[in-house]
Write a protein that binds this ligand. Sequence first.
Ligand SMILES: C[S@@+](CC[C@H](N)C(=O)[O-])C[C@H]1O[C@@H](n2cnc3c(N)ncnc32)[C@H](O)[C@@H]1O
Length: 256
Amino acid sequence: MIFVTTSHDPDEKQVQRALELAKELNLPYLPRKDHPNLSTATCGEYCYVVEKERIVVKYDKGEFFFHPSMAKVRMKNIQKGLKDHLIDCLKLTGTEIILDTTFGLGTEAILMAAFLSSGKVVGLEASAEIFVVVRDGLRNYRAKERWINDAMKKIELFRADFREFLHSSNPESYDVVYCDPMFENPVFESSSMNPLRPFAVYGTLDANDVELMLKVAKKKVVLKAHAKDTLFKRILVDKIFGSKKSQVLYGVIEKK
Ligand SMILES: C[S@@+](CC[C@H](N)C(=O)[O-])C[C@H]1O[C@@H](n2cnc3c(N)ncnc32)[C@H](O)[C@@H]1O
């Protein structure tokens, strides 16, 4: 069964948030005191748990929650003078409006937003579970690092399938359109992505998707793929950035 509940001994605010979430998702709300054992109640499925500080999705094999730890790691590397291929290929001036069509945990959106002085990132996520957990994280997570809190304020997240969203968007309404679909060849050692996998929407891109992205982009479209994926064999890009070691590639198509 899929449902919404709270952690043990919730305060009134938690119960209220859980009731609102249940209504939004059209799911039952189960008071936690009646269901102390979540794995009995979920019976092989999952539930949303509204805790005091965050919303977590719990399932038999684990839990999914928001954390910006990979954004932190990547920023530390940049500060050490190491290359970040995404930030490198974007060549941001700081005023851009970026459409991140595959938001996930928002690691890369947070990183991109940190390089925007007056711009913003608009994010799209099709998975309800990922959207709910990450939307709550962006609103309520407080990092020790001020740059993370500032970057999160420059992000707007919507629950949407990017194809539908792009179809109804005006031409050239975003400076950059970014797309990072789930790799055809998953990297399971990338532990930060593992908790998200059971809830992610899968599927690759085709030429029609890229054409739509190019319609909506003013300056460029950036696509991400694993070196073993077929994406850059099927879709022609102007330049590929990336590291041989990590096998993670960013393909840039400049708007002519
Ligand atoms: C590889 S993850 C993105 C990771 C992200 N770049 C980050 O830094 O955390 C891909 C995400 O895109 C979402 N997704 C896949 N297809 C989508 C679609 N058609 N529309 C919107 N989101 C989609 C998946 O559910 C998943 O959360």
